[in-house]
Design a binder for this molecule. Sequence first.
Ligand code: SF4
Length: 184
Amino acid sequence: MAQKGFYFDMTSCTGCKCCQVACKDVNDLPVGRFYREARDYEGGKFPHMWAATVSMGCNHCDNPACVERCPTGALSKDADTGLVIQDHDKCIGCRMCLMSCPYGAPSYDETEGRMGKCDGCSEKFLSHGLQPACVGACSTRALQFGDIDELRREHPDAVSDLNVLPSSSITKPNYLTTPKEDMR
Ligand code: SF4
């Protein structure tokens, strides 16, 4: 299996949130629901202030707590891509995946009473040889999707831990980022 994942270059992100908007559009998500969020952070003390945007969705982890805790087997890792895929029909909306995910990635659909999450645009785009919507929409090409080992080789200085995120040791996310200095 060639595990897929995301790379995000924080140093070239302008915070335009096109990734977030494209994801909402393609998944038809209403106000307040996200499968990918571009979250803004700021800190420091005058005159040494910093601000940064972190774009993140599901990280298709190596040890996905959501898969482990799902009581109906609605979530599983795809054998070919390692993406964490949801069988919508098996979901009972108990929210165990959301409660167990350190990144808060799954999203509850109040209307349907079920969960939804990023599947890397598996059916919508990947199956047609295209990139996920968020990657295609990024105006500065700050987001990349692909074989995580190749992304690691391409960006040897990229990390999976930031001072605003839970430790990557919990679920081993397939998420790499080149952080701004203050976010390390
Ligand atoms: Fe599961 Fe959360 Fe990891 Fe995605 S980021 S695979 S929802 S634990």
